[in-house]
Design a protein around this ligand. Structure first.
Ligand code: G3P
Ligand code: CA
Length: 251
């Protein structure tokens, strides 16, 4: 039995993909909107360009969130930077570029906003993405009061992140039902806790995780009542899209 007692040092409310429903997800515009609405922590997805630069993007494919096509990791940063990542959302954001992790580190640090970097590797590139993103985050946040939380559905990415930058906190994302061996997985990966899908979260599960000293964050919660319930159960973090209605100052 591990004698862990992890502390969640971050704000409880986290803007999902920046403010990814109000502005184009995973762009500086979205992170700016989340910040303007009082959120002090942003979640965003990070993968590698072909020339191994960490950039913000959720999908493997470019098609949904840009005017490009095909697999994003086959393009260099220069090629990605020529695309429009805002017009698909609305004309108001036409010309919005893909952000580098470096540019988002600069913005969030300047605005005293914390980060949850979700490592989102292209299939087959899990360990290298984990390694490179962790090394980049370690360097970019070297002077920060609080390091970014790294998370991933990929255990290979988290393992590589642990080896590359062991002092950065990590959380394991689970898509559906939490596997029975979750404590062993967290111990092996040196994670502080689980980031869970709201559809698979119960009070008993939250209590079990918290009793073992691990943290729980839940995504994506867009109803204020449910946010309050999860916080009452002892959840540490809540990811939301609703940054204009579920505001930190109204809870
Ligand atoms: O990190 C929580 C959540 O963002 C995971 O799901 O698909 O929105 O990246 P997804
Ligand atoms: Ca995400």
């Amino acid at each position: 039995m591990p004698s862990l007692n992890h502390h969640w040092p971050y704000p409880a409310l986290i803007a999902h993909r920046g403010a990814g429903k109000i502005a184009p997800e995973n762009t500086l515009a979205a992170i700016r909107v989340g910040t303007q609405n009082g959120f002090r922590m942003m979640e965003y997805d990070v993968k590698l360009s072909r020339d191994a630069v960490p950039v913000l993007l959720h999908d493997d494919q470019l098609d949904r969130t840009s005017n490009g096509q095909g697999i994003a990791s086959r393009l260099t940063l220069a090629e990605l930077s020529a695309l429009d990542f805002g017009a698909w959302h609305s004309s108001a954001y036409s010309g919005e570029p893909i952000p580098t992790l470096s540019s988002i580190a600069a913005f969030t640090l300047a605005n005293q906003v914390h980060s949850n970097i979700e490592i989102k590797p292209t299939t087959g590139d899990e360990a290298e993405t984990g390694r490179r993103v962790a090394l980049a985050a370690q360097a970019l946040w070297a002077q920060a009061s609080l390091p970014p939380l790294l998370s991933s559905f990929s255990e290979a990415a988290l393992e590589a992140a642990q080896q590359a930058a062991p002092t950065l906190p990590r959380a394991l994302l689970i898509e559906e039902d939490v596997p029975a061996d979750w404590p062993e997985r967290l111990e092996r990966l040196g994670c502080m806790g689980l980031n869970l899908n709201d559809r698979f979260v119960s009070q008993a599960l939250v209590q079990a995780i918290r009793q073992k000293g691990y943290t729980v964050a839940v995504w994506t919660v867009n109803e204020a009542e449910r946010v309050r319930e999860l916080l009452d159960w002892g959840c540490n973090g809540i990811f939301t899209d609703k940054v204009t209605t579920i505001r930190p100052d109204t809870l």
